[in-house]
Design a protein around this ligand. Structure first.
Ligand SMILES: Cc1cc2nc3c(=O)[nH]c(=O)nc-3n(C[C@H](O)[C@H](O)[C@H](O)COP(=O)(O)OP(=O)(O)OC[C@H]3O[C@@H](n4cnc5c(N)ncnc54)[C@H](O)[C@@H]3O)c2cc1C
Length: 385
């Protein structure tokens, strides 16, 4: 029997890659440093990305999506991250954390209400799991929701921290986890609901052009039917969402590392020292070789995890491994690329300086590297806590 292993992408996937890569080159790369320096969410560019269909890639046509696979979404995220992580996380979070919970757990009415505008990229949803005192240990959620039977409304109180896409001009909803008598449940809070207080933007180390806020929930009232999914199952629902998110972040890391490789190799060919290009010194050439090797391995792990998901096989373990490896590879790539640029790599305006700052969060968001190791070790059957 012949073992079939085909690592090629389909023609649909290649076409979408070319579409997004062209957009990234022409509509993102020339402006990314300006958005970063001004910490500006590039609304017009996000809307233009929406017109390409990027926010609806994985969703069925009946909700306005393109009905393509998850691997294609990863391809889009990778191509954007190659030039700018902020726009890549806006897409990744918009699809994976905004629309996906509605699609995966929403009622038909919730899907029809929210998904079409999200698929078009005209509306963004945010995902409020993390709290000031519950991040890695998200089960320690303190926010509470109680049912006011007289008015058929949930009343939600609490705080959320570091929530992506929660305060953009096109944010239409935030889904949050909160304790109920039955356990942790999830709720849809439409933007503008009284008591939903979006705090000022954080000053972040990186991802300057991505939108991130703390949220305060002060007697927020939503109709009974804004429960998302099953009562008491909000935590396990959100954990399932994070499995997808981990593969998406892994794709983002591949893109960032590839961007570092592109910049480092080009520079090593033209920057001269001691009578010739720095790329003729083994120390520099070997750093490029190491980055290239890490990119290759990270890409293989990312798309294998995406392929497992697309073929409806278990992929939690592969997702955790891909996220762990790719995000650490991205940090290494950013460090080496900056080194290859010497002093120029430390100066803002140089894409590698931005990649260097943008890389760190990849090892933290959607489960830190330690949490990925915990998931992987548990998958090995170890009684680690
Ligand atoms: C820019 C940005 C965007 C984000 N977007 C979102 C979003 O959209 N929605 C959302 O819900 N959250 C979001 N987050 C939150 C992010 O997912 C959390 O920051 C992350 O999960 C870590 O939680 P924490 O910050 O509370 O760190 P902590 O949980 O306090 O961890 C601190 C350190 O302790 C380690 N640690 C904790 N527990 C263990 C353990 N059991 N074993 C070993 N080490 C451990 C961690 O790995 C880490 O190194 C975002 C964060 C940032 C910075």
């Amino acid at each position: 029997m012949v073992l079939v292993m085909d690592f090629s992408f389909s023609s649909d996937q290649n076409q979408f890659r070319e579409l997004v890569a062209t957009f990234a080159r022409n509509e993102v790369a020339p402006y990314a440093d300006e958005w970063d320096a001004q910490a500006r969410f590039p609304l017009d560019t996000v809307l233009a990305l929406g017109k390409l269909g990027a926010f609806g890639v994985t969703f069925p046509e009946e909700y306005g999506g393109l009905d393509l696979d998850f691997s294609t979404l990863c391809i889009a995220i990778e191509e954007l991250a190659r030039v700018d992580s902020s726009i890549a996380i806006t897409l990744s979070a918009g699809v994976g954390l905004g629309a996906n919970p509605i699609y995966s757990f929403g009622t038909e009415t919730q899907k029809r209400t929210y998904l079409p505008a999200m698929c078009e990229g005209k509306a963004l949803g945010a995902f409020g799991l993390t709290e000031p005192d519950a991040g890695s240990d998200a089960g320690a959620t303190r926010s509470r929701a109680t049912l006011d039977e007289t008015r058929d409304e949930w009343v939600i109180n609490g705080s959320k921290a570091y929530i992506t896409n929660s305060g953009t001009p096109i944010t239409t909803l935030v889904t949050v986890t909160a304790r109920t008598e039955e356990g942790i449940s999830a709720f849809i809070i439409p933007a503008g609901t009284e008591g939903l207080i979006i705090e000022p933007s954080y000053r972040k180390l990186g991802w300057h052009a991505s939108d991130t806020h703390g949220i305060h929930l002060d007697e927020v009232r939503v109709p009974r039917e804004n429960l998302l999914g099953k009562l008491g199952k909000g935590f396990s629902q959100f954990l399932a969402i994070l499995d997808d998110g981990r593969v998406a972040i892994s794709a983002l890391a591949v893109g960032l590392a590839q961007g570092c490789l592109d910049e480092a190799v080009s520079y090593a060919k033209v920057r001269n020292a001691f009578g010739g290009p720095i790329g003729r010194h083994q120390a520099v050439a070997f750093m490029c070789a190491d980055i290239a090797t890490k990119v290759e391995a990270a890409r293989a792990m990312t798309y294998r995890a995406a392929w497992l998901k697309d073929s409806k096989r278990p992929f939690s373990q592969a997702a955790a491994m891909a996220k762990l490896f790719s995000t650490e590879a991205a940090m290494d790539a950013a460090r080496m690329a900056t080194q290859i640029f010497g002093g120029a790599g430390f100066i803002e305006g140089n894409p590698v300086a931005r990649h260097f700052r943008d890389a760190k969060i990849l090892e933290i968001g959607e489960g830190t590297s330690e949490i990925q190791r915990l998931v992987i070790a548990r998958g090995l059957g170890l009684p680690v806590s």
